[in-house]
Design a protein around this ligand. Structure first.
Ligand SMILES: *Cc1c(COP(=O)(O)O)cnc(C)c1O
Length: 391
């Protein structure tokens, strides 16, 4: 059994030059480089068709963070003096908190449910600070979509605009397009580390034609059908070059998903042969961009990170210990966050890639077993013990 030298936590592979070339030639011919050119429109139409939704349901952006910003500006507008707070889960990537701040809100961090990883809409509807809250942002952590119907009900009950940072949830939406809402916009990221990528890019999914016109306006300096800046906006437009990459990526996406499913199955199989001593959270429960390991406690988590690194396996704390522990957000308000604190110190981001090798997956799982304090497996003994060394 041979292994590559080092197993990276994330090794993206976007379409190669030949796959993009035909689209780039269309740009050369049209001399249309940005501002909702033909390739951007084609990408939006193909994505909307893939979600089985009308074309207006998808508007692309320059990044996932800008998608969240423009969704907030289009749905809620800039923060006002009476309602300066945004309720947001701490359990997310720092982009969530930064996006709400760009729109003038101050973060108040809330906790999540330990099983669904989602904010609790019923608890938020009765939040003691609600009369100062101008925005609620829910998150799809690791691509796990929150219950959109419950968030629509939260919006209806409180009158507070709700937006979802669904950055990593591309596949979840493909599998459950009914989750696209007419009243709660969601943002996707097409960053290289996500499963569907344009290099940098994103989209707002929202089944509201007028709302999406506003997304378009906000994304283009507040202009709409004229060069007058009429609303608070920014430049969040996707270029034709990024759309070219996205179109080529879409051409190969079915095959890409099959490859990811194969790697997820390798993890499942490896864990059957060699008990890793903790739960693996794999696609399709999470986005195919992730494989996660849930350690028992912080000591086990730190030990597992160390054992994996010594075995030349890279890991990542994708959300660190939650946004509330990031230096920039330390002064922000927060509820007690026991679930976020616990998950942040127990979830190990494991290597995941569409072309991860079987022996690398087996090696990762074997190291996890070693870190869990269990002895070698029966299956391993009969196979002749450790087949590889970390060196
Ligand atoms: C990836 C990610 C983002 C940021 O998206 P970009 O495209 O990198 O701007 C925001 N939120 C979450 C939860 C993410 O996973």
């Amino acid at each position: 059994m041979t292994r590559t030298d080092f197993v990276y936590v994330c090794r993206p592979q976007l379409p190669e030059a030949e796959a993009i070339a035909a689209y780039i030639r269309q740009i050369d011919a049209s001399r249309h480089y940005s501002n909702r050119g033909p390739l951007v429109r084609q990408l939006e139409e193909r994505l909307a068709a893939g979600f089985d939704r009308p074309a207006h349901a998808v508007r692309t952006t320059s990044s996932g963070t800008s998608a969240l910003e423009v969704a907030i500006l289009a749905k809620a507008g800039l923060a006002g003096p009476d309602r300066p707070l945004a309720l947001i889960p701490s359990f997310s990537f720092a982009a969530t908190g930064l996006a709400i701040e760009r729109c003038g809100y101050r973060a108040h961090f809330v906790d999540i449910d330990p099983d669904t990883w989602a904010v609790d809409p019923v608890a938020l509807a009765a939040h003691p600070l609600l009369d100062q809250v101008g925005l609620i942002v829910a998150v799809a952590p690791y691509g796990v979509l929150p219950d959109m119907r419950a968030l629509e009900a939260l919006h209806l009950a409180t009158g507070v605009p709700v937006v979802v940072d669904a950055a990593a949830a591309f596949e979840a939406v493909l599998d459950h397009p009914g989750q696209i809402s007419a009243s709660v916009p969601m943002s996707l990221s097409f960053h290289a580390t996500k499963t569907f990528s344009t290099g940098e890019g994103g989209a707002v999914l929202w089944d509201d034609a007028a709302g999406q016109d506003m997304v378009q306006q906000v994304s283009n300096f507040g202009f709409f059908l004229s060069r007058e800046c009429k609303v608070a906006g920014t430049n969040a437009k996707m270029s034709e070059y990024h759309a070219a990459v996205g179109l080529a990526m879409l051409d190969g996406f079915d095959a890409r998903r099959r490859d990811y499913a194969r790697v997820a199955a390798l993890y499942t199989r490896a864990a059957e042969l060699c008990d890793p001593g903790g739960r693996l959270l794999l696609p399709p429960r999470v986005s195919s961009a992730y494989a996660l390991y849930e350690a028992r406690d912080e000591a086990h988590f730190l030990h597992a990170e160390r054992v994996l690194l010594d075995g030349k396996v890279e890991t990542r704390r994708w959300y660190e210990d939650g946004q509330h522990t990031q230096p920039h957000f330390r002064a922000s308000g927060a509820d007690p966050l026991p679930v976020t604190d616990s998950l942040g110190r127990r979830l190990v981001g494991l290597p995941m890639a569409h072309d991860l090798a079987a022996q690398d997956v087996a090696w990762v799982v074997r190291l996890l077993r070693q870190a869990s304090g269990a002895g070698p497996d029966a299956a391993e003994e009969t196979a002749g013990g450790r087949a590889t060394t970390p060196a």
